[in-house]
Design a binder for this molecule. Structure first.
Ligand SMILES: Cc1ncc(COP(=O)(O)O)c(C=O)c1O
Length: 371
């Protein structure tokens, strides 16, 4: 039986078509601006998101970092949700590399910020004691709320508040296309209010490596320079961009529309898990109310839950049955659906969870004494 790896959508492998495109890609030295495949990818990403220009970077983390470096001066402050990836999962790059701070606001269970709190979070630029607010950041989908998609209307409200204060809005859209598909809106509708957006090719879109940052031509020039600072200028990198161009094709030829299958499979998984004794609400902002896991919380490709078991023992018992899930924030377990996982795999995973719950319901029997 094959392994069912639900730890993340980053475990996806390039499709045969991507591998072919990578092998045949026309390449050049991208630091000289000579790689036609990278340029085509950057143009395609910018076109899809309605921005002037794009920049290919190796990772979502670097995309967010170069955006911060491009938007902010040392000593400035970003306003962001306290559970955002830039706050908790990027090794404090904002402080270590960009020399900035983050003013953290509590997110709500739908992944949004309270807009009155956002308004109050801007610093007084005339007070010499304060850092100067230089950026507002959003995350879409919002991972810790069980990957809720945030709407164009909400994004527009956040952008309007940022812009009233003369501050740009950056969207960490590592899974922006999941949000677009779940909300049945165009990517450019989600991106339109923002000044810059990063999205990942290496997650649900199944490319091996890469993210793209988009924004105005002038912003992208600064981001390109920032990418050089952090060592992200790459050479014949069209071999990677080629996979991205396959992923961003329209319709069935690309990888965006099929994300709907991942969302349906995540919902199927949650429906199956919710019935099992020992599976409960994930808590945190993913589902604050205690009780059973609520499958209606699954809007995209994340399923978060808690187990009434020793979590490490439960995950090990699952692994022994060839199903991988991962520990996540607030004592949760995370399962993520993606390309390569179908409904049959989901049903096998549910059955494996039932057995793993059973196997870990009692303390392990004492090992027999040995002579
Ligand atoms: C919301 C979010 N932003 C950014 C990233 C960073 O992406 P990468 O792993 O490519 O650095 C991730 C990765 O999981 C993410 O979930």
């Amino acid at each position: 039986m094959s392994l069912i790896d639900l730890r993340s959508d980053t475990v996806t492998k390039p499709t045969p078509e991507m591998r072919r495109a990578m092998a045949e890609a026309e390449v050049g030295d991208d630091v000289f601006g000579d790689d036609p495949t990278v340029m085509a990818l950057e143009e395609r990403a910018a076109e899809l998101l309605g921005k002037e220009a794009g920049l290919f970077v190796p990772s979502g983390t670097m995309g967010n970092l170069v955006a911060q470096l491009a938007h902010l001066a040392r000593g400035q402050e970003t306003i962001a949700g306290r559970e955002h990836h830039v706050v908790v999962d990027e090794a404090a790059g904002h402080a270590v590399v960009a020399g900035t701070s983050i003013r953290q606001l509590a997110e709500r269970p739908d992944g949004t910020l309270d807009l009155d709190e956002l308004r109050d979070a801007f610093r007084d630029p005339l007070d010499e004691h304060h850092p100067v607010t230089g950026l507002v950041a959003m995350e879409n989908t919002h991972a810790h709320s069980m990957a809720q998609p945030l709407t164009p209307a909400y994004t527009a409200r956040v952008a309007a508040i940022a812009h009233e204060h003369g501050v740009p809005l950056h969207v960490d859209g590592a899974r922006l296309w999941n949000a677009a598909v779940a909300l049945e809106v165009a990517g450019r509708d989600l991106a339109a209010p923002a000044d810059s957006v990063t999205f990942c090719l290496s997650k649900g879109l199944a490319c091996p490596i890469g993210s793209v940052v988009v924004g105005s031509r002038e912003f992208i020039w600064r981001a390109r320079r920032a990418r050089k600072v952090v060592g992200g200028g790459m050479r014949q990198v069209g071999v990677l961009a080629a996979a991205g161009l396959v992923a961003l094709r329209d319709g069935d030829a690309g990888m965006i529309d099929r994300l709907a299958e991942d969302h349906a499979n995540a919902r199927r998984l949650a429906d199956g898990l919710a019935d099992l004794d020992g599976i409960g609400s994930p808590g945190g902002i993913a589902q604050p109310e205690p009780g059973r896991l609520d499958p209606a919380r699954v809007r995209t490709n994340f399923v978060l839950f808690r187990v009434a078991r020793d979590r490490a023992a439960f995950l090990a018992a699952l692994r022994a049955r060839d199903v991988l899930m991962v520990d996540y924030a607030h004592g949760q377990v995370r399962a993520v659906t993606h390309h390569g996982i179908d409904a049959v795999d989901v049903d096998r995973a549910i059955a494996a969870v039932a057995v793993a719950l059973d196997e870990t319901s009692q303390p392990a029997a004492a090992a027999p004494a040995t002579a």
